[in-house]
Design a protein around this ligand. Structure first.
Ligand code: GLN
Length: 542
């Protein structure tokens, strides 16, 4: 590892947020990570979420957007998706901490008697457990820098123990080991024609009350900050002027690292952490990606048929995978989210008219199922490139069973327990499981691809590893019938025979995957199936 002789210990950068939520702490954390990584440092990013759920796996996507799944099967906040897409390194269970997990651990220790009769309290027991998880990640992953994003907004009751941890760690680890980046909003008041810094001042004051002086302020703003404003913020918030960084709205999140680099945020942080910024950032690939993103040669329109369409974050990784795949096809992918529940036999042709590709999204439950069936049928019958992900693959299977095999009441037992033809059925290992949290088939499993299949030629390999989040599977009892009629299984789990991929070879491009390819698409490694799907869509004539 470059520079490792200069780094005897792990450094920690905390990213906190103030004034408002949704300012993009995840993107700022990822951007800082990218810049340090591009200088040769080994970096990981951890998310601390102050909510009491153990993980977001049981949360409705309308609450917190998509649930991201790591290789080792953790159900996590969608920010971990950003970390992976920016850094191109996998995250794990250890990268995601919630108040629920922290309390669960402390309470089970208490029940075991580990505290030897002591009163168990937020300080020190909860804060110690949070610190343990932060330090463990740094030491176990042999990284130079851990970036820790604290969810929520400073001033929230539930985030207090996390801010206290920042205070303690800075004190315990000593000077130059910890840096704090605080992200706030500088609103523009059009009536006054002015940018306002007071909310930032208040937010920093709140952090100070909790014992933490930020080292760097990143200010989200719609308009560029004048020198005057920077000076004012620096003066009132006790930071030097170079440590006031603006984050103006940009065309794409992938531009943020470059904007931060222009303002030397990485250098400023390295100096604060007593690391010599003597290497130059290597960002050629990244710049090329952003450049292509700005200058697409064509556009392609994809219909994303799902049930959480009102909230863009519900399909975050899918939308980002299309961005990556678009760049690798030199095109812009316009993804239109279509409400499955609004699709009927009479409007399907009109609703899906003009789309060059149709994707049916992952999901759970009955709502919108019949609309998804119609979308899969429409794509199949009209030779429009189709990509079904997880539930989307299951929908394709049910549709084929009903309309090609003539099994009129074929269904998934998730939707219709008593169906005569359970072409999608609960996995054997899932029978008897009653708890909802963390009990699905989760994380990466190997899959063997059939030589010569569309899936295999698209990947260019025969062995793949893909991430999962499901309870139901293709019912192999019907496999022969499907294959005879033209829908082939082209990917299997080598140990269990579970069907991981289905495809229709006579169709232009019709693939369904039981796994979630969107979790492993990154800027520098777009997912082959997304790339292939977009390419097929570009070539389709509709
Ligand atoms: N509901 C389906 C299952 O549990 C699909 C899950 C998904 O799309 N992630 O198998």
């Amino acid at each position: 590892m470059k520079n490792s002789h200069k780094m005897p210990s792990v450094k920690y950068i905390f990213v906190t947020g103030g004034v408002a939520s949704s300012l993009g702490k995840g993107i700022i954390s990822s951007s800082i990570g990218k810049l340090l990584q591009s200088r040769g440092y080994k970096v990981t990013i951890q998310k601390l979420d102050p909510y009491i759920n153990i993980d977001p796996g049981t949360l409705n996507p309308y609450e917190h957007g998509e649930c991201f799944v790591t290789q080792d099967g953790a159900e996590t906040d969608l920010d971990l998706g950003h970390y992976e897409r920016f850094l191109d390194v996998p995250t794990s269970h250890a990268n995601s901490v919630t108040t629920g997990k922290v309390y669960q651990e402390v309470i089970s220790k208490e029940r075991r008697g580990d505290y030897l009769g002591k009163t168990v309290q937020v300080i020190p027991h909860i804060t110690d457990e949070i610190k343990r998880r932060i330090l463990l990640l740094g030491n176990r992953n042999k990284v130079n820098v851990v970036i820790i994003e604290i969810g929520g907004t400073v001033g929230d009751i539930e985030s207090l123990p996390y801010i206290e941890v920042v205070r303690q760690l800075r004190y315990e680890l000593g000077a130059g080991q910890v840096a704090v980046v605080h992200l706030t909003l500088v609103p523009y008041l059009s009536a006054a024609g002015e940018l306002k810094t007071k909310p930032t001042q208040h937010s920093v004051k709140m952090l100070l009350e909790e014992g933490v002086q930020p080292d760097v302020l990143v200010l989200r703003t719609e308009k560029k900050l004048s020198e005057d404003i920077r000076r004012k913020v620096a003066l009132f918030c006790n930071v030097d002027k170079e440590s006031v960084v603006e984050s103006v709205d940009v065309f794409t999140i992938y531009e943020v690292p470059l904007k931060m680099l222009e303002q030397k945020l990485d250098e400023t942080l390295l100096k604060k952490l007593n690391l010599e910024p003597d290497t130059q950032p290597q960002l050629d690939d990244w710049r090329e990606f952003v450049n292509k993103l700005h200058h697409p040669e064509k556009t392609v329109s994809i219909a994303l048929v799902g049930k959480y369409v009102e909230l863009p974050d519900a399909y975050k990784s899918i939308v980002e995978s299309f961005v990556h795949a678009g760049v690798s096809n030199n095109c812009k992918v316009n993804v239109s989210r279509i409400h499955a529940a609004g699709l009927t036999e009479t409007n399907i042709a009109e609703k899906l008219k003009g789309f060059q590709g149709i994707m049916v999204a992952p999901g759970f439950g009955e709502r919108g199922f019949s609309g998804k069936i119609l979308a899969a049928q429409y794509a199949r019958e009209n030779n429009i490139p189709f990509f079904g992900v997880c539930l989307g693959m299951q929908v394709a299977v049910v549709e084929f069973a009903r309309n090609v095999l003539g099994l009129k009441d074929a269904h998934s037992t998730e939707m219709e327990h008593a169906t005569q033809h359970p072409v999608i059925d609960l996995m054997e290992q899932q029978k008897g499981i009653t708890e909802k949290g963390g009990t699905m088939r989760l994380g990466a499993y190997p899959c063997r691809l059939k030589k010569g299949s569309k899936a295999q030629t698209t990947y260019g390999r025969e062995e793949i590893l893909e991430r999962h989040r499901h309870r139901y599977e293709f019912n192999n009892h019907y496999l022969n019938d499907f294959e005879q009629a033209g829908m082939k299984a082209s990917g299997f789990n080598p140990e269990t025979g579970l069907v991981e991929i289905i495809e229709i070879p006579s169709h232009r491009w019709y693939i369904g995957t039981q796994f979630h390819p969107e979790y492993s698409s990154t800027v520098l490694h777009p997912h082959p199936l997304f790339v292939g799907f977009v390419k097929a869509a570009l070539n389709s004539e509709q």
